[in-house]
Design a protein. Structure first.
Length: 214
């Protein structure tokens, strides 16, 4: 099967920028409370359902994977970029990291207790988002939880493209994303909306959604 151009471009861009990205993004994640405010809540919800394996999809250099592990989750990371995966393995040798794509996660149906995709769907064009959400719904067990973070588009239409520091990205409309979740058996549990001025890098509003697999 031919790979979509946007995925090929995204992989190449993150491979080329992996070292620079890994030097800055983990510090930003930990230094700005709203960047990780929903992660402990997600961990508590997974553990309250009995725990189980969690996937950190689009794990980058592994900083969110390590945070989830510190919160008591059995977690492994997946990323499109082999260079990112190599950096994650070097920084967190005690954890598991694999190369993979969001549309084909390589695990059995209903086999994981949680999926985190923290600022990952931003590189998916709006027409590709249903396939990603469908895959998240496929791999989650009943009662499993999903955490999504993404920059918000609150204008007309489902999304807006913008010039992300690494490669082309999209701001998505939260209500559209929540609607896709519902279509694929994922009911919204909680939503955090972050005001534009709180993102010191771009000034975009941000959204974090937690959903549960029915």
């Amino acid at each position: 099967m031919t790979e979509p151009d946007f995925r090929t471009a995204t992989r190449a861009a993150y491979d080329a920028n992996a070292v620079r990205y890994a030097a800055s993004i983990p510090e930003l994640y930990h230094s700005e409370p709203l960047n990780h405010a929903m992660v402990p809540l997600f961990a508590e919800l997974v553990l309250a359902e009995g725990g189980g394996v969690v996937m950190d999809v689009g794990c980058g250099p592994g900083h969110v994977t390590a945070h989830l592990h510190a919160l008591g989750l059995d977690v492994f990371g997946v990323d499109l970029s082999p260079e990112m995966v190599a950096l994650a393995r070097g920084s967190h040798p005690e954890l598991r990291f694999e190369v993979g794509v969001m549309e084909a996660l390589g695990v059995a149906d209903a086999s994981v207790a949680g999926v985190v995709a923290n600022f990952v769907i931003l590189h998916t064009p709006p027409e590709g988002l249903p396939a990603v959400v469908a895959e998240f719904g496929r791999v989650l067990a009943p009662g499993g939880h999903l955490l999504l973070g993404f920059p918000v588009w609150d204008g007309a239409g489902p999304a807006e493209a913008y010039d992300h520091a690494v490669t082309l990205a999209y701001r998505h409309a939260p209500d559209r994303v929540a609607g896709l979740l519902t279509e694929h058996g994922l009911g919204e549990v909680a939503r955090l909306s972050v005001a534009p001025g709180e993102d010191r890098r771009r000034g975009f509003p941000q959204a974090y959604l937690i959903a549960r697999r029915t």
